[in-house]
Every structure is written in structure tokens, then in C-alpha cells.
Design a protein around this ligand. Sequence first.
Ligand code: G6P
Length: 367
Amino acid sequence: GAAAMGDYPDFMAKEIAEQPEAIERLLKDRLTPKGIRLDELEMTDAEIAAIDRVYIVACGTSYHVGLIARSLIESWARIPVSVEPASEFNYEDVLVSDHTLCIIITQSGETADTLASARKMHAAGAKVLAVTNVIGSSAAREADGVLYVQAGPEVAVASTKAYTAQMVASVLVALFLAQRNGSLGYREVSRRFRELERVPGLIREVLARAWQDEAAAHAFIGAGSSLFLGRGLNSTTAAEGALKLKEISYLHAEAYPAGEMKHGPIALIDPGFPVVVICPDDRVRYKTISNIQEVKARGAVVVSVATDGDQKIAQLSDYLLMIPPAPEYYVPIVAVVHLQMLARYVALARGCDVDKPRNLAKSVTVE
Ligand code: G6P
């Protein structure tokens, strides 16, 4: 069937490898001479112009997608966005009205907390868009519009290809809203879409560098804890990398915005402590390099995600996870693939079942 493991050693390996094709499927025929085609949203120009706030609600890995989506929607479509874990949103006094667009992001479409959020939003008059992977799921049936991410069945409990496909879906939503409310013109939208079409190829390059992750896994084998650092969009990449590592290797990992490290987590660092730093070639690179120097000076084992050719970071790091140059706003989709492979290698080295980690379920259908 569609979910057979084939020649792969585990479903996680298979699903990591499937990411480029999943994204290609999602992007197919999305750009037309009129701009991004997203008929799923079923909203008129007047309704889109009236949106004064977006709420994104999700759980787990899908919540991390929401954090990325917030930045893209705010900077491209210029609409204020709140992102909440569904289990918090459901008990909060939220500012939802009939001018609110609510986006629920859920791979399975069955997470109970997320479904409860969708109902709460509906009751308050908001329009609900579901971004989901599962056709005919509860989320798909209950929402006003459904954007299927088309990643194919995801079997491994820890989400990989649904994460990247959901991020790409979020890019499409952000471009669509920006174009329809006039924040971005056709030229800008099509340029960003063309750049997005390069992402599958960039991920293929990262997949071919799995040996870098296999080598870096050594930094974690005897460790009791670890720290993941990044800035901006990549503070979310750090959060997702730490979550993957925790989920499947049972090694404690804490993610922090790199600039906040000095207010606490730096106290954790002692010789041999593994620190993963996401430091691509972007406008905050030099700031993050100073964080690498700070942890290095305290004896950390530094694993850096950096852009090809970055000699400075190469000198400061014990292990390098290199990514090809990529547009700044798409780096999270490319860089996370290294962190997925890293988590998998650490889990295998620690003798864990990467597809079925203890205590976790693929979808949590209780609140
Ligand atoms: C569970 C899974 C996670 C997933 C989360 C949300 O906790 O173990 O991998 O991210 O549910 O699932 P959803 O299907 O709503 O995206």
C-alpha cells in the first residue's frame, strides 16, 4: 500500500526522504497568470480585505509551523497574527470576531484540542481554514476551507514530511493573502513563488549530506541534556530540532532564542555539553556567531547549521551541518531536514525505536 516501508530501514527515514516530492506535489499548478491559486480558501476579495486578525491554532510540531506562518503572514500580508497551542487557546478569553481568520494546522486532522479550537472559533463567528494532511479528517469536515498538504501518509510518530509540507502550505497562504489584500504585487508574489520552487532541490542537497548528521550524532551519545539555539524564524527551527530529539531519542533538549541564552541557559554549559546553533547566512548571522563563541568558550561541543562556504563558523564548530544558500524566509524548511536526520541518528545510536517512541501517539484524540 501507499504506506509500505519499501527499501528504507524505518518509516522516519522514508518520510524524511519523501520531502522534496511532497513539496513538489503541493506546489504544482499553484501559480497562475492571476497569482497564487488557493481556491480552497473560498473567500471573496471583500472578505479578505475585512480580515483584521489571524489566529493560528495547533499542537506539537504543527504549532511550530504556526510560528513560521505568523512571521510570513505578518510581513507579507501585514495582518496581525496570534499563534496559540490549542490546549491553551481553548481556555483563554480570545479576541475572535467575524473579521478573524482562524487557521488550524493539524497533520492528522484529529487532534482533539485543535478540533475544540475550531469549534470555539466558529461559535465566535470566525472563518476557519484547516491545513491538514488527511483527506476527509474531522478537521477537513468541520472547517470552512481545507488546504490539503498532500504529503502522503505519515506513519512515524514524529512528524517530518508533514512539518515541511505544512510550512510550504503556510507560505502559499501568506502569499495568497498578501496578493489579495494588495500588500504584495504580482511580481513580488511570483518571485517568491519561484524561489519556493527551488526548495525541493535544496532539500535534496541536504539529504545527500546525511553523513554530516551521522557524524554529529556522536556529540550527543553520552550527554545528559542539550541546547538548541537560533534567531528569528530559526528560533522555531531550533524548537523543532529540540522537539524531534526529545521525542525519539529521550535525550533532554531545550530550545532558546539565541539572544536570550545569556539570561539563563548559559549557566547549563560545561565542558562536553552539546549545543546546536542554527546560524545561516542571514542578517543576524554575526549576532549568532557571538553566541557560538560564548558557548565554545565554556567548553560546549558545537554543532552548527551553516551556509556553504562559511569559514568563520567552520573554525568555531566541532561539527558542521551545511546547507546550500537559500532565501532567508525559506531556510527553516531546508535547515530542519538536518535536524530531523540528526535526531534520527542520535536515537538509533541510543537504541531507540525511531518510529514508535514511548509514551507518544501519532494523534492525540483526548483533550
Ligand atoms: C502528537 C504527535 C505529534 C504531533 C501532534 C499534533 O503529539 O505525536 O507529532 O505534532 O500530535 O498532531 P497533528 O496531527 O494535530 O498535527
